[in-house]
Design a protein. Structure first.
Length: 134
């Protein structure tokens, strides 16, 4: 798996582009929150599903239920419509999986990662695994 370190992006216009190999995964690390308590909006990533469509998975690269339970994922279309919100596994960690009948057609998509801090000044480092399978 490849690893990308990205700066925080908070909206669909400035979304951080995630480039996943044709059939593979990439891990994105970053930081969300603000020690001044001024950052209360999600990080946003964009990725492109190739011609023919693909399965998509998004999850923390390692599940730490204490920390990861404070994250939520949402999958949005290029127009901003919500296609899926994150589920939680048995440990409480968020994930999005679109496969089989729910596989995504070719196009641009956005993943919104929201964070619920314990305190307004909380800052959290994250590591998210994006997987695409044609």
């Amino acid at each position: 798996a490849n690893t990308n370190i990205l700066t925080t992006q908070q909206n669909f216009v400035e979304a951080a582009e995630v480039v996943v190999p044709a059939s593979g995964s990439v891990t994105v690390t970053g930081r969300i929150g603000d020690s001044q308590g001024l950052c209360d909006y999600p990080d946003v990533f964009t990725l492109r599903i190739p011609s023919g469509g693909a399965d998509l998975s998004v999850r923390p690269s390692e599940c730490d239920s204490r920390a990861d339970a404070r994250y939520d994922f949402a999958l949005r279309s290029a127009g901003g419509n919500t296609l899926a919100t994150g589920d939680r596994n048995a440990e409480g960690c968020p994930f999005i999986t679109r496969n089989g009948a729910q596989r995504l057609p070719e196009g641009q998509y956005f993943i919104e990662m929201d964070y619920d801090p314990l305190e307004p000044s909380d800052v959290s480092n994250y590591s998210v695994l994006f997987g695409v399978t044609p």
